[in-house]
Ligand binder design. Sequence first.
Ligand code: GCU
Length: 840
Amino acid sequence: MRNGRVSGHRGVGKKIGFVGALLAMAMSTEVAWAQTADQAWIRGRGAHDPVDARVRALGPDPLEQRAADELERGASGIALASGADSQKKAQIVVGTLEELRNAYPALRLPDHLVADGFWLGSSIQQGNRLIAIAGSDSRGALYGAFDLLRSAAMHRDLRSMSLAESPAMPIRWVDEWDNADGSVERGYAGRSIFFDGGHVRADLKPVSEYARLLASVGINGCNINNVNNAAVFLEPQMLKEVARIADAMRPWGVRVGLSVDIASPQKIGGLKTYDPVDPEVIGWWKRKVDEVYAAIPDLAGFTVKADSEGQPGPASYGRTPADAANVLANALAPHGGVVLYRAFVYNHHLDWNDAKADRARAAYDIFHPLDGKFAPNVIVQVKEGPIDFQTQEPVSPLFAGLEKTNQAMELQITQEYLGQQRHLVYIAPMWKWVLDFDLRAQNRTTPVKEIIAGKTFDRPLGGMVGVASVGQNGWLGSPLALANLYAFGRLAWEPNLTVEQIAEEWTRQTLGNDPEVVRTVTAMLMQSWPAYLHYTGPLGMQTLTDITGSHYGPNIEASENNGWGQWHRADHEAVGMDRSVATGTGYAGQYPPELARKYEDAKTTPDELLTFFHHVPYTWKLLDGKTVIQYIYDSHYQGAEEAARLGQEWKTLEGKIDPQIYNEMHKRLEYQAGHAFVWRDAIVQYFLKLSGIPDEKGRAGHYPGRYEAENAKLTGYKVVGVQPWEDASGGKAVSCAETNCSAEWRYEEKAGRFDVVVQYFDLQGGDAKFAFSVNGKEEAKWVADAKLPSRTLHGDNTTRYVMRGLELKPGDRIELEGVADAKDPAAFDYIEVTPVSSVK
Ligand code: GCU
């Protein structure tokens, strides 16, 4: 028991209070939405039509027809924004630049448009409003149509519009990590929209809806299968089936790509080898690629994960990534296909005891010497940071290390390490930070966005790849997570957009133009990544999560003592990896000179990356004057409060937005607020114990009103240790060893109204039940039916139930009953009693 005077004996007290609003904080069943693009930012437009607007596609191309269909839905909005009124007709025409020129010789059109680009213009022709969309080609025309719709939805004035736009980079792909069996690696939105039971799904309507969604933000490629387990996708039967997917996406200008296994010649081709320089292997790839293109004539290309996390690769034969990439590239070149070769190549059996070993170095060490050796249609796909989609990492130095190679930046839209869509995290500010980051290559201004757009080193191909891993449950599972997919497309199109503007665009299109809604949601999105960063991994320690398991809840030591190399090396005195050249792994030296100098010295390394580059004592003073340990405490308290505020802000929108989205997000944000406390408490108590340095604000280790389960009078419940210990208050919880169990406390504090939290573990494989009573009167009961990761008591699955406004007085008998069900033992950690309204 901590900080409370509640005795564990049974007694009879008089209940005088009542329970106010009861609120389940746990997430229960998942949302099941029909899978259409309208539930995302393309929402039903043009329900009524005050203006007579006619839409015409100038050519027969299916993309132009799609453009016309879309415009028809939003015709009245466009016409109004263009200044048409009900007296006059408005006409909207869409076509290629050439078609427009032929049909409207009087229009002042641009001479030339860049591939995928478009021109939009509004004018009066013969007394009527004409809105014209000219695409460089039919895909550009489609993008122009979506841009016009976006502008109309944003209530932009289209009266004197005349603008030309083109994408900043040619590669704008999403990657899906779908397996043939229908599971989705790192997907948090249910089963695959593409595959099931080893085959392409019969119903591909969701796939074409997805392509429509992608097209609306200018995404032109979709690599549909997992980078692991890829061999089967090159089997003849599968290729025929994949052709149906390509057919479903093609009318939206989205080309399909395939992940391929470098060992395919052996795995499915029956060869004895997959050595990329072996003539038989070269011949096999050539024939296979021809077969692929016979089935899918416009395949975008291949994505390769090799020599990484157990995937086979050229290293088995002493060959390089360039050898492997070029064999594929040469086979693809005649068909216009490209190879996205992932730089995510590293040894996951590193020696933890070797102070010089460093996973962060791997991509640069392997790929930099190969610069200039890749075929022209190879693009090296570089993760934005040197490790793996953590809450915060430095920018990969490899971007500056490849001057003669096309590059794409890879990021994750799916929130593997960022709360798995149960937490609201708008990631665009992090991506934007990377895009704008000036690597100072060749001692000049070289922001990442210009390197990947091919501008810095004059490379023709390049771009952005976002791992989306969508599923059948509302695409990304959480309605607000869709802002990330939207932002990815918008940034790949124009990396100079601000992320606030993108957030606002998304909000207006998804939730409407009510200024309060727009202001609130935009602000929530903007606050969400910093908040997550604050309650998870501070100062460049990366996400302090279960590296070898779920990648979700806190598990600080999971990254240590193993070969995966996500080390933070926290000990009693200090924390962080020494990556300096002078005394550490030398990683800092992979950056161009200006940055290398900055990161070499802890005194000039920015606070947010300090422990990524240096092993510093807990008493080290940050640039802002705080000690490292105090920052750990403060940032976690701050982050948990920020998370709680997100939920409060959302509540102000009740009645102002779509109730389905409101309710779904309300549930999720309440859950997030509770889980942020779990994160806070885990990290704070861990570092308090490890460092032995108290929190100067007196919070760490002190939890007023908290009553530990293990200190209650227990019937049937047994005290158990939780692994990792920091995931439970004081390291312990109780688990029901029988079917019906109970825990009792005597309340001995001041009388008053309280919010009462029950912190319990909701395990999969059963739906345990809980009932909470005071003096024998039941105040609340609930079922633990959430779908949370891990099968043992863990920070992944600890969640809370909150009762608000409960009246208590000294002597009251508080009881929590738990009914175990199958593999869910109705375990819990503590209850916490706090004066009303201090529970967020
Ligand atoms: C992460 C992720 C894996 C994935 C890998 C990759 O490590 O956890 O599921 O396969 O990245 O990018 O290849």
